[in-house]
Unconditional design. Sequence first.
Length: 385
Amino acid sequence: MKMRNFTASTITLAIEQVRETLGEDAVILSTRHDPEHGVHVTAACDDRINDDDDTHPATQQWFTALNAKHTDVIPINPQHEEPPEKPSVREHPFAHFEYVPPPSDNIANDVRAETIYSGEVQPEIVASISQILHYHGVDNVTMQHMMRTLSSLSQLDIQTHPHYSSMAERWMDALMAASFPPLPLPLRHDSGRYLFIGASGVGKTLTTAKIASYCVKHRRPVHVISTDNKRAGGVEQLAAITDILGITLQVADNKLALARMLSDIPLAETVLIDSSGINPYDVYEVRELGHYAHMIEVTPILVMPAGTDPYEAPHHARAFADLGAKHAIVTRIDTARRFGSILNAAYAAKLQFSHMTASEKILGSLDVCSSEYLTRLIMDYPCES
């Protein structure tokens, strides 16, 4: 980086000297007024960017803006009134992720101003719902989507929900139904071959066991396969449960072994496959899981816990959506009080909620994630500090 000092009688003349010497891409680092000598200006420019440089103009523009951001300097070219685009997420195996805006203290007011005079929802209802969603950690992008959806609803949408005690609950139910329509797994009436995927420790093995017990309870033929041969005790934990249910646990060490097992199972019978937990930012672990998830015989199901960081959850969800996941099963509902993370993840990764689990009991607690269920979760804890 080149740095120079300039002195002139006025700030305008000093800036002209900066432009002539360092070019339009220079930035002012500091200014100082001297009663005897006029104005002292310190400016700098990147010596990699010059007239012969073939760097893309957008890159040069971002470099100037980045200097201004991190050194509190003033760009000397005031002609560009619009701010440059935000930087992409730091380079990692999923660098194509969209930029997720940071949380804003006044997001409820910002979003409400866009929709308060559109649609049939009363302004006080819009304000109440936006504040509740903000409390739960719903991010800016998801909030804007939900507020646009809310403004498109009509009185007809809430007539099917007359059992709520308040209008806010009725509108919230209609909003959840429109924003996050459920897609439950057809466990009682149809067969399927489901591969449960997710990060480490989210509850994939327990979810597999719960669905297996559900199928046994409703007398549906079910087979359980584990590919979790890395975690110590992973297979043994699931085997202890399947033994109680009277199901023989099969273990597949690789994709070919899993394919052979699936070929031996009739298509009319349900297959549940427990996978190893992975780091969604590790390209090698994702690629290894993709060998199973991309098999045409299986349907990937994302298992994700409630109560996680609402701004990290969308990145995790999109990583698994890239592996083909379109359904999501949410765990740890009973240990969370803020549920913005699952809403952010579902919207960012275009996932549909299937089921929710609320305890570590194997039997029971496998509820369909209906709009009424989501409304109860969101409205039960709107005002806690």
